[in-house]
Design a protein around this ligand. Structure first.
Ligand code: ADP
Ligand code: NA
Length: 345
């Protein structure tokens, strides 16, 4: 069996934005390209996680295809990485149930994401009647499904962004709880923290760039046209302080743009270099530079994305994911055969 198993997932909740790209997808590709043959690589489009809030079925189908096209566009290689749809491997939900039987409700209720998804304050209690009415069981328990996603492949390493640290701790907790109840089986997966800081929303740089924000100008998508990038950068919230400086606390908007520039720069300039070069510019001229750099940095990606989304490639996409689904399912079956024996069913 492989010495390292790497698993990560992305929700098919829309075309990936620059936060997903630099915070996750770019890291996945780096890991893939640096991995030896003793490493198993699994990247899942976690469609069951996209059901925790009300959604449109036809739209989900489209978004799954868009996410798959994006994974190929950024450079995941299906010969090397297993790319698959979570829902195509029913063992994810089966293992979720098994882990649910040793998972702690107290731990889950202390996790903050279900509260933020319901736009509630962190100190709201589960016993609050309004919370009870709004909170669906799936939104409360999805971290158990996330644990199952990881443990099903006995993953040893999970690359994630800073927002996912709590979930990884919970996955280790679930592994420990299972191992204590049934005997040692699951490795405790290690967090591989993305070296990239959170990318912030262009419209509100106090919150992270996210697919769930209403305002489309809050994020730049992998396939945004040059015009759309210019419009969004122009509308980005900055400040009226003279000169440029990188100061994420005092000047979050400007700093976010500087960081984005350096992550997307085809000539790999650092934030310090870019800040120095743009020093004398007005905010307006600086934004023109930001747009120029992002447009240049995304051209290749946009073309590759459009290519994989074209009608001519739809059969290829289908073949990629069918092969990935089968590979993932056969690894999952191996785990589940052993797990079923251990739990006595
Ligand atoms: P979203 O939060 O936009 O719905 P997902 O939950 O599908 O995106 O996250 C996919 C991956 O992208 C995760 O590893 C997550 O940590 C990373 N990610 C999401 N938003 C950002 C961001 N603004 N900056 C950096 N990484 C991010
Ligand atoms: Na997220």
């Amino acid at each position: 069996s492989p010495s390292r198993v790497i698993f990560s997932g992305i929700q098919p909740t829309g075309i990936p934005h620059l936060g997903n790209y630099v915070g996750a997808l770019q890291q996945w590709v780096k890991i893939q390209d640096g991995a030896t043959s003793a490493t198993d690589l699994l990247f899942s489009i976690v469609d069951l996680h996209a059901m925790t809030l009300p959604y449109d079925q036809a739209r989900l189908r489209l978004q799954k295809r868009q996410t798959l096209a994006a994974l190929l566009a950024v450079g995941l290689d299906p010969q090397r990485s297993t790319i698959f749809f979570q829902s195509a491997v029913p063992a994810h939900t089966e293992l979720m149930w098994i882990l649910s039987c040793t998972a702690s409700v107290g731990y889950l209720s202390r996790m903050t994401q279900w509260k933020s998804k319901l736009a509630m304050s962190d100190n709201v209690a589960l016993s609050d009647p309004d919370t009870k009415a709004k909170l669906k069981l799936g939104l409360f328990s999805y971290p158990v499904l996330q644990s199952a996603d990881i443990l099903l492949y006995r993953a040893t390493h999970v690359p994630v962004g800073h927002d996912q640290v709590q979930h990884l701790e919970f996955a280790r907790e679930n592994a420990k709880n299972f191992n204590t109840a049934h005997g040692h089986f699951f490795p405790e997966p290690q967090t591989v923290m993305s070296p990239v800081k959170r990318i912030m929303s262009l419209k509100d740089p106090r919150v992270k760039m996210s697919k769930s924000h209403e305002d489309m100008k809050s994020r730049i998508l992998l396939n945004d046209t040059p015009d759309s990038i210019r419009v969004k950068v122009k509308a980005a919230l900055t400040d009226s302080i003279d000169g440029l400086s990188y100061d994420p606390i005092g000047r979050p908007g400007v700093s976010n743009l500087l960081a984005l520039m350096s992550y997307l720069d085809t000539s790999h300039r650092s934030v310090v270099q870019i800040t120095a070069e743009c020093q004398g510019l007005s905010m307006r001229a600086f934004k023109d530079e930001v747009a120029k750099t992002l447009i240049k940095g995304l051209t290749d990606l946009r073309e590759r994305y459009d290519y994989f989304m074209s009608a001519a490639q739809s059969q290829y996409l289908q073949e990629v994911v069918t092969a990935g689904n089968e590979k993932a399912a056969s690894k999952a079956d191996e785990t589940m055969m052993l797990v079923r024996r251990m739990i006595g069913v």
